[in-house]
Every structure is written in C-alpha cells, then in structure tokens.
Ligand binder design. Structure first.
Ligand SMILES: C=CC1=C(C)c2cc3[nH]c(cc4nc(cc5[nH]c(cc1n2)c(C)c5CCC(=O)O)C(CCC(=O)O)=C4C)c(C)c3C=C
Ligand code: FE2
Length: 432
C-alpha cells in the first residue's frame, strides 16, 4: 500500500545510514530536500517488519510521534531544568530541534559526527548509532506544568501567564502508588524507533546536549508497542496477553484526530501557542503478571471484556465489532459491568476518546521474586480534563483490571505543535 503524506502525517522519507553520512553533510542536504513516499504492509496477523530505512520528517504542522505509526521501541525521558535562565532554556530548545531534525533523518546529532570532529574535543555525537539507519525514529517534545511555575507558584521563565489551564499536576487517583522519581518533569522527550539502539541514542544525545541546562529526572524503556495508531498496523498484545489498541484513534480518522487529539485555536485563550499540539499523559503501570497468570481464561476475558484469541467483544463479532453492553449473559450483561472496555468506553464518558501510544516494559525483577513488568501508558488528548481524568477516575474506582495493576509513575505534558523549517520546537510559547 502506498500512502500520500497528509498534513497530519509528516512526510515519510527513506533515511540514509549514519555510516554513509559520517562527515557527509552534502548528502544530508540532498536527503532533506528529497521527499519519499513510502509504503507499509497492509495490516494482517503479522506486519511486515518496518523498513529500518524509513524516516519521518521532524518538521511539520504537528510533531511526529503522535499520529505517525507507532514504532516497536520506546525511550522516554523527563528532564528537570537546572538553570534559571530563559535564554539558556531557549538555546536548549534550539539545539534540541536541530539535533532532532538531524537524528530523525538518520544523521549524527551534530555536524561533526561521532568520529570526524577535532580530536581534542568531545564528539558531537556519541557514536553508538554509527551504521544504523533512521529506523523510523520520531522525537516528540513536551512541557510540564513545573516549567511554568515553581512549587511556590513563581514564574520561572516569564511564561507563567501562558500556562494552559489544563496543564496541572494530575490528581492523585485511587490506587496510585506514585514514585516521585518516576513522575512529573519540566520537559519530556518521547523517542520511538524500530531499533532500540536508535531510540536510546536519541535520548542520550539530547541529554548530552542539555548538560548544564537540564538533568534527566527519570526515563523509561519500552520494548513492544501496545497500540496501533494506523489501520496499516496489526494490533499488538500487552503483557496480559490481550490485543491492545483495537479501538484506538487512528491516523486514518482525521475527524476524530481533530476532535480528540489536537488542541484547537479557541480551546484556551492563554495558550494559543499550543494550538495544533496535544496533551501527553504518561502512567507507569505495574502489572501483577504472576497473579494474572493464575486466573482462569474466562475470568481474564471477563476482566477485559474481550476474548483473548481474537480481541472481539464478549458480545460477539470480530475484533473491530462494536461491543453491545446491553446484551444479557447468564449473570448480568455478557460484558460485565466492571470489564475494562466498558468502564473506559466513550459511551460512558461523553464520547471522549484518546490516542493511546503505550509500550510494554520489564525493568528487571522485584523483591517478591516476580518481574517488574507492566505497561508504560502514553496517551495524547485534546483536553485532559475531559479526555483523561474522568476516565482514569472511573477506571481506578470500578475497573476489574485494577486488582492486577499498580500505578507507579504519572506525568502530564503539553506537546507543542510541530516546528516549521527555521523554527525551534515550542517557539510560539516564548515569542511576544
Ligand atoms: C485511563 C485510561 C486508560 C488506562 C490507564 C488504561 C490501561 C490499560 N489498558 C489495558 C488493556 C486494554 N485497554 C483496552 C482499551 C482501552 N483502554 C482505554 C483506556 C485506558 N487503559 C481506552 C479508552 C480503551 C478503548 C475503549 C474503547 O474505545 O472501546 C483494551 C481493549 C482493546 C483496545 O481497544 O485497545 C485492552 C486489552 C491495560 C492492560 C492497561 C493497564 C496496564
Ligand atoms: Fe486500556
């Protein structure tokens, strides 16, 4: 299937290998100018492997990494800003924009590259991606509430009057057991790629560039996507073994993306700079997989509200059939009242939908002899007050899955719109 780039989906290009580009800025310039229309396999039980040479333009109306097809790997980092200087913060965003633009094209982070610069200076790229192509890398930036005001409510960088009303620390939800060292942050960077080394390289180089201006507060690796953001992708599975992402907002639904994902120009008079951007929610959710694995299949399916094999609703049909919440079962509705898909369904939340972009994680083992495993939940929404908080509250209060979950990290960021050529990410926030 070939696809024509749309304003919602940044141009997909074929990137060059960093091996061929070390010191090759002329070739890089040619690549930047040469748009390439790429195709991906039509969804089936197993997708064809994404071409590692695929590249998504960093520049565009919207940031890449939201409606672009979810890649297989994630490295997400939250940063604390360690300077009080507005000029240094802006310089960082400018430098990050340049580096992100280069790395998403499969180029080294800086013009010198990992091995071609002066031998008496540290290289401007760390080198572990030498020889690796762009691998579908997307880099998505976000601004946390604490970037605008400190804990005493003081304006940190002269932008407090532009803090969106919805950009506040998320409430403490029932059953949250948050670790502050896995939560919050002034800035965030989501790096997704089809090669883990490429995603890690991106975060590492952005952290290196930010030395003296920002410090990594926390970071999270994800090894398997738990959502689809395009109908061209097959539905992956989470660590409970269930298909996840079936009813997600997809790029091929432009009206839904407009309605539920992008912030509108009229949404918040104080935050016109965020129009065309989105709110990014992260929740690090530990899953008690050892306990789950001892539950009967029928119970597992009742907790989710879908079958484990095909992902069809328990009311019948195929994976993409609409659930029938009224259909009677032997004891109450066939989709139980506390089934996850019922509790979070748009029918019970004024039609609100979200674009989910989460990843499975296993961060070693826990002291109980189990795995420190779960789902690093990421969602992009137009307004967290209508599209996330009520749904998370309903889930925390009455979702059967909660018995098997523990939320250990939480954060909310505003992801600005995309940067046009010559701009830096978030520029409108700092302009008069
Ligand atoms: C507050 C938002 C949500 C959290 C947190 C969340 C965690 C979570 N979900 C699963 C597994 C599945 N979720 C599914 C669907 C689904 N989940 C949410 C929201 C949250 N999930 C929504 C809005 C939806 C779509 C509902 C709809 O429109 O029908 C599914 C079913 C397949 C699918 O549609 O994606 C599964 C399975 C886990 C394991 C989890 C926490 C670890
Ligand atoms: Fe869910």
């Amino acid at each position: 299937m070939t696809e024509t780039p749309t304003p919602e989906q940044p141009t997909q290009k074929r990137g060059l290998s960093r091996r061929g580009l070390v010191g090759g800025t002329a070739a890089a310039a040619g690549l930047a100018a040469g748009a390439f229309v790429a195709g991906r396999a039509t969804a089936s039980e197993g997708d064809a492997p994404a071409r590692r040479t695929d590249a998504f333009s960093f520049r565009g109306e919207h940031q890449a990494g939201i409606t672009t097809p979810a890649q297989d790997r994630l490295h997400f980092a939250a940063f604390d800003v360690t300077t009080g200087s507005r000029a240094q913060l802006i310089a960082l965003l400018q430098a990050w924009t340049e580096a992100a633009d280069r790395m998403t094209r499969g180029l080294p982070a800086g013009e010198g590259g990992p091995t071609e610069g002066a031998s008496n200076l540290p290289p401007d790229d760390t080198g572990e991606a030498i020889g690796l192509p762009a691998s579908g890398l997307t880099i998505t930036f976000g601004f946390g509430p604490s970037l605008f005001r400190d804990e005493q409510g003081r304006d940190r960088f002269g932008i407090a009057d532009r803090q969106p009303a919805a950009l506040r620390t998320l409430p403490h939800f029932p059953a949250d057991m948050l670790d502050p060292e896995r939560s919050y942050g002034d800035l965030c960077v989501q790096a997704c790629a089809d090669d883990p080394q490429v995603a890690v390289h991106a975060i590492r180089n952005l952290a290196r560039i930010g030395f003296g201006t920002v410090a990594v507060r926390w970071s999270q690796l994800g090894f398997g996507r738990t959502s689809t953001t395009s109908t061209s992708q097959s539905t992956p599975r989470n660590l409970f073994g269930f298909k996840d992402g079936t009813a997600n907002v997809k790029a091929e639904e432009p009206a839904a993306v407009e309605k539920h994902v992008w912030v509108g120009a009229e949404d918040d008079a104080k935050a016109a700079w965020l129009a065309g951007g989105s709110y990014l929610v992260t929740r690090r959710i530990n899953m008690h997989i050892e306990t789950w694995d001892r539950q009967p299949l029928g119970d597992q399916e009742g907790f989710v509200g879908r079958t484990k094999a095909s992902g069809a609703p328990l009311s019948g049909g195929q994976e993409h059939s609409e659930p029938d919440f009224e259909m009677p079962g032997s004891e109450g509705p066939v989709i139980p009242v506390d089934a996850h898909v019922r509790v979070v369904h748009p029918d019970f939340h004024q039609g609100a939908r979200m674009l989910r972009r989460g990843y499975n994680f296993v961060d070693g083992s826990n002291p109980l002899g189990g795995l420190d495993a779960g789902l690093f939940f990421i969602a992009f929404v137009r307004d967290p007050d209508t599209h996330f908080i009520p749904i998370q509250n309903a889930m925390a209060k009455s979702d059967a899955l909660m018995e098997y979950l523990k939320v250990t990290g939480s954060a909310l960021f505003a992801a600005p719109p995309g940067a046009a050529a010559g701009e830096y990410v978030g520029q409108a926030l700092f302009e008069a």
